[in-house]
Write a protein that binds this ligand. Structure first.
Ligand code: RB5
Length: 141
């Protein structure tokens, strides 16, 4: 199950992302918003909590820039939220950081690039390399 959430700045891109998840047959839970003006930390927390609870294995968060919502998500212990604007970073953050949430900027990315970035993120496993496990555990200390 993929958790997805956004603020008003990320709403249009969230709709594109939901179309992608449905095309791929990936189950998702939409935590809002529905396009109205909202405060992005609320949606970061909803998606972050779903991931921490194990209800969802990964999350997608979208605000205007992706910055505020990623900062908010990363305040939650155990959340590793990566703001990505390219496929290289999306792949690397799974391989190296075992990121559990990806953040996107709805006012930054076009839908086609955003979908490729998320596709890369969701399909790349964590490398499991000892050095990366060690570094991640240092973040959690
Ligand atoms: C909302 O206008 C905007 O500030 C928000 O979507 C985001 O870009 C914050 O980082």
């Amino acid at each position: 199950m993929i958790a997805i959430g956004c603020d008003h700045g990320g709403y249009d891109l969230k709709l594109e992302m939901i179309k992608y998840l449905e095309r791929e047959g990936l189950a998702y839970k939409d935590f809002g918003c529905n396009g109205e003006s909202v405060d992005y930390p609320i949606y970061a927390r909803k998606v972050g909590q779903a991931v921490l609870d194990g209800e969802c294995e990964k999350g997608i968060l979208i605000c205007g820039t992706g910055i505020g919502i990623s900062i908010a998500a990363n305040k939650m212990k155990g959340i590793r939220c990566a703001l990505c604007s390219d496929c290289f970073s999306a792949e690397a953050t799974r391989l190296h950081n075992d990121a559990n949430i990806i953040a996107l900027g709805g006012r930054v990315l076009g839908p086609e690039l955003a979908v490729k970035i998320v596709d890369t993120f969701l399909k790349t496993p964590f490398s499991g390399d000892e050095r990366h496990v060690r570094r991640i555990s240092m973040i959690e200390e």
